[in-house]
Design a protein around this ligand. Sequence first.
Ligand SMILES: Nc1ncnc2c1ncn2[C@@H]1O[C@H](COP(=O)(O)OP(=O)(O)O)[C@@H](O)[C@H]1O
Ligand SMILES: [Mg+2]
Length: 475
Amino acid sequence: MSANLDKAPTWPQARFLSLSQTLLGFSLQVKIFGLVVGSLVLLGTWVSFHTRTTLQVSLTQQLDDRAISISRDLSARSTDLILTNNAFTLHQLARDTLENNKDVRYVFILDSWGRILAHTFGDHFPEGLLEANSAAPQQRYHLEVISTEEGLIHDVAVPVFEGKAGMVRVGLSEKGIQQVLNDATRDGILATAFFALLGTLAGFLLTRILTRPLQELVEVARAVGSGDWRRKARIYAPDETGLLAEAINEMTDKLAHAQEVRSQLLKKVISAQEEERQRLARELHDETSQSLTALILGLKALGDSTPGEQVKARTGELRDQVSRTLEEVRHLALELRPSTLDDAGLAAAIRRYILDYSHKCHLDVDLHITGLEEKRLDWEIETALYRIIQEALTNVARHSGGQNVSVVLEGREDSITAIVEDDGQGFNVEETLSAAPRQQLGLFGMKERAALIGGTLTLESSPGKGTTVFVKIPL
Ligand SMILES: Nc1ncnc2c1ncn2[C@@H]1O[C@H](COP(=O)(O)OP(=O)(O)O)[C@@H](O)[C@H]1O
Ligand SMILES: [Mg+2]
């Protein structure tokens, strides 16, 4: 038996689950709105219905009581008239009873043989009415509700002189009751509609008051999520939404602070790294290269001054080896940090780097530099742009599979832009950036470097369409 509990939900359970999922899926606005208006309509309908039924019961009871009392009164007053066979006055009595009592539809009086002595129908006495009700001699009265084409009639039969003289019959129509009930129902529906309208208005205001701060919080969270640390949530009221806004503001303050600390730290690490590279490159260039050059010269002098072909050949070999080492050391120094970058500036360093790069990677590089000749920028900006272009070009060589690269470096009064564009296979930027961080440190590094000097870096790429790295740094 218990195994059944683990099984998939039964049909009504599944229906209930999917229904509650649908209801929960509506926005807060719709939920509150629906709750307020729904409750009002439900309450109004219930009150209308309840009033109608209670009223119906009590009015019907009253109608019956009146029918009985009118009939009994008529019976008492007609006894003598039947016994003295006074047909005229009986007629008069029947007519008066009809006219003086509200809701009375008809009156008729029978003799002890069941023959009609007087009635209020004019020429046509309805068929079947006579047999529709009757009272035994010992009964005080007998009530029957008769269904006619005019609606329900409450018919009361009362024996006259214990049936020895005859019987009176009086019929009261329910029409009056129906009228009252219809009026009451109409009033109920109107009141419900009015209050539902009022509720709609109240619901609208309530949801606005409630959801406005929430919507603002959503906007703030989105803005902060996309890097706008200064965005603050407005506090509308000191209620729960206000507390939430306050908590979110506190959180963004802390995040902004942590971000600031991280940026400063990163800046420091990067500049320390660059300084170290600069120092190493200088040392390699100045000290090591000098020593190696001296060694080459020494070897040449040794070869020249020493007789014997064997020694000459050996020193020649050694000289070639040292020359290659010198070339490697120079290349290493260049890779670490080209002295051109510090001595001649960004434009010259990029030109120098690309010459080396296109040769080494067998790529056709189209380079355009404008507005930067003889212009020196901040050390940080030059370094950052150099490293960004270097990483972008390394990526082209490693990943793009393309043949042509275009590098544009443009200096303006207030900004500097760099564009590196290849005609390779491209990649899905969003997918790559949201993968595990280890796999796109190069791309993040480029973005971070641009951000640290107040700039922006945009990647445009889609599979099969090549890649463009676009950097803009305000000056
Ligand atoms: N120019 C490019 N063309 C094609 N794919 C690229 C290009 N640049 C980057 N990518 C893709 O983005 C990924 C992340 O690049 P990156 O962060 O530099 O890391 P890494 O170069 O160490 O793989 C690369 O592995 C590659 O798939
Ligand atoms: Mg890379």
